[in-house]
Design a protein around this ligand. Structure first.
Ligand code: GLP
Length: 241
């Protein structure tokens, strides 16, 4: 693992955006795995600025998002489809037909998961951006005694719904289920870019990066991947040596 700590979120976000720009300069048709949550918004801001400055184009790139809430339509302001449009897609030149999102409203969610896995198999991810949940989840792969490789439906843990309640009117409004790319799909990405910010994540960062590899901390499985880049702010990295 290649771990870098940054003095400011600003520098971290710029560095992350530069990694995407370098990849796309080298391979304009790259497949990007994208994430949501509060962590990546600054990175997307930097990407938009670089795009506006003519330094970054998504015109030939494909994107896959990690996950989506079950039962939220794309127009719902807390759906991840809405988030991606708001924070990135509406401001850059990515082609709509190259954007891959999970449909949390699908009548047949199992079929939706298979559809996503087929698309992923055809377009392997070059770089997968990941945030980190307080309980070690990546995407919406929650801690459990076993984990699934492919895209699947997941029952969200109470702590995850509580953590995400800040974006909703109340915790009851947070969907109980989600669809998420599986750990197997995440680990198939050529490069993984794990980004973590904030003092409240310091303990889980330490556990995930230096603790035992266990399904009870899904992010710890990243230790088995050959190319993981970890970008931390000082607060998130404060418990590391
Ligand atoms: C959410 C998302 C994850 C995200 C994580 C952390 O529930 N499904 O993809 O990485 O939780 O979110 P945040 O960046 O807001 O702390």
């Amino acid at each position: 693992m290649n771990i870098t700590q940054f003095n400011s979120k600003e520098e971290l976000d710029q560095h992350a955006a530069e990694l995407f720009a370098a990849l796309l300069a080298h391979n304009p048709q790259a497949t990007l795995g994208l994430a949501t949550g509060s962590t990546p918004t600054g990175i997307y801001e930097k990407m938009i600025k670089m795009h506006q400055a003519g330094r970054l184009s998504f015109n030939e790139a494909a994107t896959f998002n990690l996950d989506e809430y079950v039962g939220l339509p794309p127009g719902h302001d807390q759906s991840y489809a809405y988030y991606m449009n708001k924070y990135l897609f509406n401001h850059v030149d990515v082609r709509r037909e190259h954007i891959h999102l999970l449909d949390g409203m699908a009548d047949d969610l199992a079929a939706e998961c298979s559809r996503y896995d087929q698309l992923l198999a055809a377009k392997p991810i070059d770089i997968q951006l990941l945030g980190l949940g307080h309980n070690g989840h990546i995407g919406f792969n929650e801690p459990d005694h076993s984990l699934q490789g492919g895209t699947h439906i997941v029952e969200l843990k109470a702590e995850t719904r509580e953590a995400n309640a800040r974006f909703f009117e109340s915790v009851d409004q947070v969907p109980a289920k989600a669809v998420t790319m599986g750990i197997g799909s995440i680990l198939k990405a050529d490069t993984i870019l794990l980004v973590v910010k904030g003092a409240d994540k310091a303990e889980i960062v330490k556990e995930a990066l230096t603790g035992p590899i266990t399904t009870e901390c899904p992010a710890s499985l990243l230790q088995t991947h050959a190319k993981v880049i970890v970008l931390l702010d000082r607060e998130a990295g404060r418990l590391l040596d």
